[in-house]
Design a protein around this ligand. Structure first.
Ligand code: GLY
Length: 370
């Protein structure tokens, strides 16, 4: 048996501080995160991760907890009101009190659903996330955003509910399909552009290692991206705004306004990270055309994302559809479209109500023949 990789502990110093632990074989950390009072634990996992969910439950039962397994559908199908309702039913029947807890084992959809169930049961019980994808480790599991989808759109119902801890077992990345890993890397690269340029240098100097699940480079990237996420949400947990020109937590939406529109137009058949990659190239072009970002940094988006196999262009002729899809973001943010842009490396800002001609000109820069 090879030795487990060393453990790192990243502290999220919010009003209820918690640790994000990165390493391997991390189950021993779980009781400390659950705390003294917890007796019953519900382990929420997608169908595809039944064995992992059961391993966590069995471990907790061995330690004297009452463990309940709740299987939910794979992927976004889990983020639906009837699934949340089923989870509440299980908790109710098992007599879960306010001092019991939820553990999620899975990707971002499981984390969002399980976090939402924990946020709403008895107005909030503890949740510990055990993310199994790169995307969930660096984004969904950290920062307390939870939610489900409705027929009107994604994440329209939810709550801010910070975890009691997050356990990122790097070994789970070794079984991720390569496209899934690259998708998660888009969020890592986003953290590089908005806050930590060392991330960009690491990917540029060894793109193969950046997508090698057992490499020390990927580990460093994971830790750096989590650090960016922690620092950003700690400064603005409820996304009410940053200080000075910094957009606060909204900076994490870099590339997401256009990226979400791509996902909607593609009826969610596109990987989130791939859509965000295109969204970042789009918004870099938008900032360049608006005179806010230099050409070199805009071009760096394209070259860097391409080096790890992420898309940097989108078929032309879809502007009306994309524009329509972006209105959902507009609805959720006020009267005008707003984009997180860069005023330079690691200098995020907001571009409000851009000129429609600028929007179409930026699209022309990323459009390719369908
Ligand atoms: N995924 C963006 C955020 O947590 O704010």
């Amino acid at each position: 048996m090879t030795e487990a990789r060393a453990t790192s502990r990243l502290r999220a110093a919010t009003s209820a501080p918690y640790d994000v632990v990165v390493g391997e074989q991390l189950l021993a950390e779980l009781p400390g995160m659950l705390g003294e009072e917890v007796r019953r634990v519900a382990v929420i996992h997608p169908r595809a991760l039944t064995a992992s969910g059961e391993a966590v439950r069995a471990h907790l039962v061995d330690l004297g907890y009452t463990g309940q397994l709740i299987e939910v559908p794979d992927g976004e199908e889990a983020k639906l009101a009837p699934v949340a309702s089923l989870c509440w039913q299980v908790l109710g029947r098992a007599g879960f009190t306010r001092s019991d807890a939820v553990v999620t084992v899975g990707g971002g959809a499981t984390t969002d659903l399980g976090g939402f169930v924990a946020a709403t049961w008895l107005r909030g019980v503890k949740v510990v996330h055990m993310p199994t994808t790169l995307l969930a480790m660096v984004d969904a599991a950290v920062g307390g955003k939870t939610g489900i989808n409705t027929s009107e759109g994604k994440n329209l119902v939810g709550a801010f509910h910070e975890p009691a801890g997050v356990l990122c077992d790097l070994a789970t990345l070794e079984t991720l399909p390569p496209l899934e890993l690259a998708s998660g890397l888009a969020e890592v690269i986003k953290c590089g552009f908005i806050a930590d340029p060392t991330i960009l240098e690491l990917v540029e100097s060894d793109p193969a290692a950046a997508v090698a699940p057992d490499s020390s480079v990927l580990r460093e990237l994971v830790e750096r991206a989590i650090r960016v996420k922690i620092d950003t949400v700690t400064a603005d947990l409820r996304e009410t705004g940053g200080s000075g020109a910094h957009p606060g937590r909204e900076a994490l939406n870099y590339g997401h306004t256009f990226g979400h529109a791509v996902e909607r137009v593609e009826r969610y058949a596109f990987r989130h990270g791939a859509a965000v990659a295109i969204g970042m190239v789009y918004v870099a072009e938008l900032a360049r055309l608006a005179g806010r970002l230099d050409e070199g940094t805009a071009e760096r988006h394209r070259s860097l994302l391409a080096r790890v196999g992420l898309p940097t262009s989108y078929p032309g002729g879809r502007w009306p559809l994309l524009q329509e899809a972006m209105k959902v973001d507009k609805k959720t943010r006020g009267d005008h479209l707003r984009f997180v842009v860069l005023d330079g490396l690691a200098k995020p800002g907001i571009l409000r109500a851009p000129d429609p001609e600028l929007l179409t000109a930026a699209y022309a820069e990323i459009a390719r023949d369908a």
